[in-house]
Design a protein around this ligand. Sequence first.
Ligand code: SAM
Ligand code: SF4
Length: 474
Amino acid sequence: MLSLIDRRKLSRSAHDFIDENRLHSLLDLRVGPERLDDVIAKSMSKQPLSVDETAVLLAADRPEMVEKIYDAARRLKQDVYGNRIVLFAPLYVGNECTNDCQYCAFRRSNPDVVRRTLDEDELRQQVLALERKGHKRLILVFGEHPHYDADFIADCVRHVYATRTGRGEIRRLNINAAPLDHDGYRIVKEAGIGTYQIFQETYHHDTYRRVHPADTRKGNYLWRLDGVARAMEAECDDVGIGALFGLYDWRFEVLGLVAHALHLQKHYNVGPHTISFPRLRPALGVKLHETHLVGDKDFKRLVAIIRLAVPYTGMILTAREPAEIRRAVLGFGVSQIDAGSRIELGGYTEVGDAQVMEREQFELGDIRSLDVVMRELLVDGYIPSFCTACYRLGRTGEHFMEFAIPGFIRNFCTPNALTTLMEYLVDYASPETRKAGEEAVRRELEKLPEGERKNQLRDRLRRIAESDERDLYF
Ligand code: SAM
Ligand code: SF4
């Protein structure tokens, strides 16, 4: 398969930067409390960690050390992101797939899954259903198939943005699909995408080969590893990386993710916009090998460690995880979650309360409604946000980093989170959620210093509550 992909199509930075021997040797590290404190201090000064420094956090497994890491991750999250949690929903467009990933129900060798690609009207119906619940940010998900080329993805993107109902609209559309070439990324960028996400799944070469057969497009490790670098070169400057935890040693995957983030930082002056860390879930016809499945304790550790390693990278926790785990790890690192998610094709209008395994890629752990998740967040002291301001004002990629400075959260992120929250409360929330939300807005307003920005914010919140004005971002 390697030969099928023209090397000239790779990025200028393309090479296999995952040095397995080195990463493995770092997993044998022993650390004392002083070295751990040094590394934590570096994170707290908001500097990205090197791979070696991340290995120190991985080696720190004594209970008091793990507590220190949790505590630091909590503080760092609060410092960089405040108590906002951004909400989105996934929208599966098509599950045709020419790959044969051993962990996925959509793999080509699975005869039992129902294959489907939403047509324009079906896509529209899904988007309308999501807008009616209050969603403003979606991620479109595709299998890898010649039908789902860049033009097709771009058409879907334009179609979604054009689908509106009442006050409902989608303001940011991210993509999770197969890696493209430069021209392909330009086409989807032109259609107005937000982040382009590609998960490497596993950074461990042998495991990668085992779960992705060589005669498939995904079987090419380097083509995939290089996928987000090509995207950046084609001006998709917000990219997302991820690993599927459970295929190989989770500590190795964390080092792989950090190596990937540093590679992008080195060659493109900016790291990934987001990191995802899905855990393997049961899926139709998939036998999960127990060896590397990640337990809840290790999962919490890995979330906190990633937070400390990449202070400015958004971290996405999906509804693969059950509600109680989501709640437990939100505080030490996560910046985005999906809610009210259904991943069956057509799932937002056609299925009932139970999941339909024949129609989904894997089983979700949390299918509570958006309203219920919003209420829990509010009661727990978070500000759920649907903010899309940065991307629409060109604060992306390298430019986004310039804004990730002290005062930015207070002046932009919190106000934008509150105005988008207010829109939700007025337009979509149940009475209980609205009550919890209005209380949260009052609480947050009290915390903001008096001044021009606070006056502007008060004015906008009032206009949203009393009129049809919407989308009033800073
Ligand atoms: N088909 C594209 C690809 O593979 O890049 C798009 C992404 S796929 C539809 C979304 C992601 O779901 C995959 O990258 C993989 O990490 C994850 N996934 C697949 N099977 C899974 C499973 N059984 N449990 C949890 N996540 C899974
Ligand atoms: Fe296809 Fe993606 Fe599933 Fe692999 S993970 S079989 S590429 S849909």
